[in-house]
Write a protein that binds this ligand. Structure first.
Ligand code: NDP
Length: 445
């Protein structure tokens, strides 16, 4: 990197935020693509936009005590990061997972700021969650945890203030409990304060499918520029994003040959998604039983990215830092030509460099997985108008938004004389410019 302003910001950031590796990784990834923008706009340095951009507007950390079924009490930590509100109310999911800490929350909220900007909807960036692990907990324990979490969170959110949604470990069931308790505490039905709600009480048709479907709509735009013949895809994860990405791939006639969870992965020439949904959405158990239930395929322990199979497309849809340079090399050896991120930051910066050196087209999550938050934005619009749109209307709007995000990436590359296949720079620049213009217009905040 040659830009001294960017270098200074990254150095100071590392000093001020020790022990926050994920946050530093996310900021480094974005800032290292902004050199040409910063060079072209000396006013950004005068206005200290980078200093202001990397500091969250507000961080709320709170205690979440919960009584378990056998009456013992456990104490978890809750977070809400209101990262940047220049474009609108803070918006971003809640993650319940033991790996949640301040660094993970800040990286997700930082990424969310640019992702939300790319949707062109009026949404600021935020994120929240807890180190609570919903796995293996009873329904009552989950409900009591959600209520205890909301008992503090409700002070900080609202339809025009901050609008959480789901993320890892927070699906329809958890949003239902969270929203129910919010409504009780507020004494009014403010449906726009949370998204991902059930369709019967203010939720949007198509929200459940939106991140996965949107990811594949983005992939289709890439395939128009880089066609592949009968491509085979692997999708890591088997949660909300992965299941609906695989569903859309299959609807479009692509072969999905592998899926995974935190323990292992399955390989099968034509994955039976009904079995995956049964295991993950209904039974909430491991993929290990896939072979028995589907009567076909192979199960292996470990990461799908260490396995050997032929694939052309990889959609990492599980969690952050799943793929390092070694796994990226394995994917290339397996034949991969296109990697599109469904998860947030599943590829570390070394993996991304490896793809670049080996001619793999790579699209980052902040562009490719923005369909979830975009459809949350559509849910907010429906709530504000007291209307419900049809599935087809929502899906069409989602499709248009994903196509437009893809176009913004290309336009940003063109504007700054970069290779149009550089989706990382394109997404970062397009998101950055929209946020920064709004920040500058609103004075010093
Ligand atoms: P879910 O909790 O529904 O699913 C997560 C999946 O990832 C599960 O299959 C889980 O396995 C697997 N997993 C978790 N940790 C690991 C690991 N260390 N190695 C391999 N697999 C792992 O989450 P979502 O599908 O909602 O989210 C997935 C990713 O997509 C996250 O990065 C999230 O931030 C991002 N995202 C989600 C959006 C949404 O709308 N839900 C929107 C945009 C981004 P197991 O079943 O064993 O727990």
């Amino acid at each position: 990197m040659t830009n001294s302003y960017i270098e200074k910001i990254l150095k100071e950031l590392a000093q001020r935020n020790p022990q926050q590796p994920e946050y530093l990784q996310a900021v480094t990834e974005v800032l290292s693509t902004l050199e040409r923008v910063i060079d072209a706009h000396p006013e950004y340095q005068k206005q200290a936009v980078l200093e202001r951009l990397v500091e969250p507007e507000r961080i709320v950390v709170f205690k979440v005590p919960v009584e378990m079924d056998d009456h013992h009490i456990e104490v978890y930590r809750g977070y809400r990061i209101q990262f940047n509100g220049a474009l609108g109310p803070y918006k971003g999911g809640l993650r319940f997972h033991p790996s949640v800490n301040l660094s993970v929350m800040k990286f997700l909220a930082f990424e969310q700021t640019f992702k939300n900007a790319l949707t062109t909807l009026p949404l600021g960036g935020g994120k929240g969650g807890s180190d609570f692990d919903p796995k293996g907990k009873s329904d009552n324990e989950i409900r009591r945890f959600c209520e205890s979490f909301m008992n503090e969170l409700y002070r900080h959110i609202g339809a025009d203030k901050d609008v959480p949604a789901g993320d890892m470990g927070v699906g329809g069931r958890e949003i239902g409990y969270l929203y129910g308790y919010y409504r009780r505490l507020r004494g009014e039905s403010e449906s726009g304060a949370l998204t991902g709600k059930g369709v019967g009480y203010g939720g949007s048709l198509g929200r459940k499918q939106a991140t996965g479907y949107g990811l594949v709509y983005f992939l289709q735009e890439i395939l128009k520029r880089h066609p592949l013949n009968n491509p085979k895809a692997v999708v890591s994860g088997s949660g909300n994003v992965a299941i609906y990405a695989a569903e859309k791939l299959q609807q479009l006639g692509y072969q999905v040959i592998g899926m995974s969870d935190s323990q292992g992965y399955i390989l099968d020439d034509d994955i039976d998604l009904n079995v995956i949904k049964q295991l993950k959405e209904v039974q909430r158990t491991s993929l290990e039983d896939y072979v028995k239930l589907a009567g076909k395929g192979e199960y292996h322990q470990g990461s799908i990215y260490d396995g050997h199979y032929h694939c052309d497309i990889a959609l990492p849809c599980a969690t952050q830092n799943e793929i390092d340079a070694r796994r990226a090399a394995n994917l290339v050896a397996n034949g991969v030509k296109i990697v599109v991120e469904g998860a947030n930051m599943p590829d570390n910066n070394e993996a991304i460099s490896y793809y670049k050196q080996h001619g793999v087209i790579f699209a980052p999550g902040k562009a490719a997985n923005a369909g979830g938050v975009a459809t949350s934005g559509l849910e907010m619009s429906q709530n504000a108008q007291h209307l419900n749109w049809t599935f087809a209307e929502v899906d069409e709007k989602l499709h248009q938004i994903m196509t437009a995000i893809h176009q913004q990436c290309l336009d940003a590359c063109r504007q700054y004389g970069l290779d149009e296949d550089d989706y990382v720079s394109g997404a970062n620049i397009a998101g950055f410019e929209r946020v920064v213009r709004a920040m500058i217009a609103q004075g010093i905040y």
